[in-house]
Design a protein around this ligand. Structure first.
Ligand code: ZN
Length: 355
């Protein structure tokens, strides 16, 4: 007789295992973590009204499972031992020390297997460094230029998906000509998946390099929160917007800032950053999306639309910090340890500290 566990889903599994013997072929803790994920998804759905949990099909291109404990990592023999699976030859991308937590095993649509291990190295996150107007960078993102900085630098949009679209179309057509369920169709699908993977790799490489450079060169970074999901409802732009992947970029900036002790400042999405003259504050209501350059009728400054927006984003963000008009580092404040970075919300200014 097996001992009954208090948690309801565990006892549920014991009952299921009699009915479906194949469940015993899998590590029981992996089953539990899958169940926990489902439980979380339902809780989120009921409490936060965030989308009904989606069924994870066996045909889903990305598959993964978790192993919370009872695994062993052997750096010398280049192996990882997983329960019920055994030794697995592994290529380690780095050596690590610390307390090992959950392992996630995943496979991509092209059949590449990955094991990622959550490790707690016990080191606290570095405290945010102080910043001032001259160590803060404003970033305006767009479709023509991926990013425009408040210092005037422009980063072109690499359009990775668009560059491969022609090839993808050809490959996709080859799939549709193959008999359904045939081996050749499977092979053709693999080739499409490989092409998609290449696009994703190119994009990630670009985003990681850019965000790394921005975070290492500046003490604080100001960005505008964008309603990306709302913008994608425009069907003409949806593909370009998902290709440009601003959300991933902002996510990378957010966690890299946290990791390296930098500050990410966000301004609300309703601040008209491109329509205001950054020199005199004149609001140009007639500015259309097609106007890439304009001259301020009030002070006569000639503006590049994107650079002006980037400067304004930096200005608004610093205004929220009570730092506008402050030159040099003499009045630089120490930012509060955890800045509230609510999505789509205007950030509360932290209290100024004397110093
Ligand atoms: Zn002006």
């Amino acid at each position: 007789m097996k001992r009954r566990r208090p948690s309801s889903y565990v006892s549920g599994f014991t009952r299921n295992k009699e009915e479906y013997p194949w469940l015993t072929e899998v590590n029981s803790q992996s089953l539990q973590s899958a169940n926990k994920n489902l439980d979380n998804a339902f809780t989120r759905f009921f409490r936060e009204k965030k989308g009904f949990p989606r069924f994870k099909s066996k045909k889903n291109p990305v598959q993964s499972f978790q192993v919370p404990q009872h695994y062993r990592v052997d750096f010398d023999r280049k192996q990882i031992r997983l329960p019920k699976i055994g030794e697995i030859k592994t290529v380690f991308h780095r050596h690590f020390d610390g307390k090992m937590k959950t392992v996630t095993v995943s496979v991509t649509s092209t059949g590449k297997w990955f094991i990622s291990i959550l490790v707690d190295n016990g080191e606290p996150l570095s405290k945010p460094a102080s910043f001032a107007a001259d160590t803060t960078l404003g970033i305006d993102v767009g479709l023509t230029n991926f990013a425009t900085f408040s210092n005037g630098e422009k980063v072109a949009n690499p359009r990775h998906l668009k560059n491969s679209l022609q090839r993808l179309k050809v490959l996709q057509r080859r799939v549709s000509r193959k008999v359904k369920g045939s081996k050749n169709r499977k092979k053709a699908i693999q080739i499409v998946a490989r092409c998609h993977e290449k696009v994703a790799n190119q994009r990630n490489d670009f985003l990681h390099k850019l965000s790394n450079r921005i975070v290492s060169e500046n003490q604080a970074i100001a960005v505008e929160t964008l309603n990306v999901a709302g913008m994608q409802k425009n069907h003409c732009l949806a593909q370009s917007i998902s290709d440009v992947s601003w959300s991933s970029f902002f996510r990378m900036l957010e966690y890299k800032c946290e990791c390296y002790g930098k500050t990410l400042l966000t301004i609300g999405r309703f601040d008209p950053s491109s329509k205001i003259c950054n020199r005199c504050g004149y609001l140009n209501r007639d500015l259309r999306l097609a106007d890439r350059e304009w001259t301020c009728p009030d002070c006569g400054t000639h503006h590049d639309r994107d650079i002006n927006a980037a400067i304004n984003i930096k200005k608004f963000a610093l205004q929220d910090q009570n730092l506008v008009g402050v030159t040099g580092a003499e009045r630089a404040i120490e930012p509060v340890d955890s800045l509230p970075l609510g999505r789509g919300m205007k950030q509360e200014a932290p209290p100024l500290r004397a110093g």
